[in-house]
Design a protein around this ligand. Structure first.
Ligand SMILES: [Zn+2]
Length: 455
């Protein structure tokens, strides 16, 4: 059933006095400042407990528009879905949410639709269960235990806009759907981790796992289900470098192409030190961000070692000597290589890992932190190794460093829910602006450090 006839605003009412809405060439055009248009003549046979709203919209930069699903729940909106958002700016978490986000509940940070392009947004509501699709791609599958539409027929919708530019709607329609719930089950209560994720999301902290691998039994579908189920946005990374799955520009670009329409960030995990002479600037630019670690380097005698392989590390006769080389190599990487994130930070080989607390003295930590801050390289809070320590994070935060969450999983079983990162957020009192958002927090490292990669 059409809720907008393309000619009049029959059935709708302005909540604010300002008439910021117009009809132009069959489209409903809204302009800021803040204004809300409420559907007052709601077709009860359609918009009840189970319905799907379909909207075609087009956003221009510098504008924000939302669809509100209203019910008696808490006397306000059950769900505020972002239709269009102004261009994201650093230090303003409100601008980071992209189309398809449910504000405060499920945030989408990857921009999937370019400004000035028509797109289709479908919002399916089944009581407390919300699904949001953008051009047919399922972004949100969320069971809201706090709020929803518990009673038959008490829902309606509103369009809300704010900003200086325009959002256009050319189709607004709704239809009934069956109440068969898909995905999450009504009886499943969120556990303590899910409550934490929801809490931090509500605070505006971008819960993005920037270091997810499609490895072992984990494929993209499985990763997306996990992402939607737990409310964690993903950055999917491929290992690029000597002896790794991707060794050529062609293979790297094919990986980016495969993920281009997906609601995930696409990341290059640069491996070894050889990567800068294996990939071109243009290939690197196809990724949303690049990260590396300091786990592969050659010692002073020229022996190349991978720190996670005990046989290559061998015995460490003088741990202090080793730390000096590790710090020098790490500083060189952070300084020279065009990377956005330092992954697996402060990792030590197994043979000395038990002495992490003694070997990572404050003075040594500060040398890494100072170099990362000066080079605008974000620091990963790594789930696999549970590093760096809270002490390191506190010092890095004080130095103005930004952070990311990173699973570094090897399959589906160790794709956890950033439990270590969530603990760190609490212990170190990290807020939204302590986090790195790809393409927003800093300009990209490959643009700041041109001339390092192949032309
Ligand atoms: Zn990795």
């Amino acid at each position: 059933m059409q809720l907008f006839d393309g000619k009049t605003l029959k059935g709708w009412k302005f909540v604010e006095p300002d008439r910021r809405w117009a009809i132009r060439d069959g489209s409903l055009v809204c302009r800021g400042p803040a204004s809300t248009l409420l559907l007052v003549e709601r077709p009860r046979e359609v918009i009840s407990r189970n319905f799907e709203l379909e909207i075609e919209a087009m956003g221009r930069p510098e504008h924000r528009a939302e669809v509100h699903i209203l019910s008696a729940c808490q006397g306000s909106s059950s769900a505020k879905v972002v239709v269009a958002n102004r261009s994201p700016v650093p230090d303003d978490p409100q601008t980071w949410l992209q189309a398809g986000s449910i504000i405060g509940r499920r945030h989408i940070y990857k921009k999937l639709i370019p400004d000035g392009t028509w797109f289709r947004l479908n919002i399916a509501v089944r009581g407390r269960h919300f699904e949001v699709r953008l051009n047919g791609v399922l972004l949100v599958d969320f069971l809201d235990h706090e709020c929803g539409i518990p009673d038959l027929g008490d829902a309606t919708i509103a369009l809300h806009c704010a900003g200086d530019s325009e959002v256009l709607f050319r189709k607004i329609q709704a239809h009934s759907i069956s109440d068969k719930s898909v995905g999450t089950s009504d009886s499943e209560q969120p556990d303590v981790v899910e409550r934490k994720i929801l809490h931090h999301t509500g605070q505006g902290i971008p819960i993005i796992d920037c270091h997810v691998h499609l490895k072992g039994d984990l494929d993209l579908d499985g990763a997306q289900r996990h992402s939607r189920r737990h409310g964690i946005q993903y950055g999917v990374a491929v290992n690029c470098g000597k002896g790794f799955p991707v060794e050529t520009d062609e293979a790297a670009l094919a990986f980016c192409r495969d993920l281009s329409a997906q609601p995930v960030f696409v990341a290059m995990q640069a491996e070894g030190r050889e990567w800068t002479s294996m990939f071109s600037q243009a290939t690197a630019a196809a990724f949303d961000y690049i990260f590396t670690d300091s786990m592969t380097w050659s010692d002073r005698s020229g022996r190349r070692m991978r720190l996670w392989i005990p046989d290559e590390v061998g015995a460490i006769a003088n741990p202090d000597d080793f730390m000096e080389t590790l710090i020098a190599r790490t500083q060189d990487i952070l300084q020279r290589e065009p990377i956005d994130i330092y992954a697996n930070p402060t990792f030590l080989p197994a043979v000395i890992a038990d002495n992490y607390g003694q070997l990572w003295t404050e003075q040594r930590m500060q040398r890494i932190i100072e170099t990362a801050a000066r080079n605008q390289v974000a620091i990963e809070i790594n789930e696999l190794y549970q590093i760096p320590s809270a002490k390191f994070i506190r010092l890095a935060k004080a130095a103005g460093c930004k952070f990311t969450l990173g699973s570094n999983n090897t399959g589906s079983a160790d794709l956890r829910r950033s439990e270590y990162g969530l603990r760190i957020i609490e212990h170190c009192e990290l807020g939204p602006n302590d986090f790195f958002l790809p393409g927003v927090t800093y300009s990209r490292a490959i643009d700041r450090k041109p001339g390092v990669l192949l032309v």
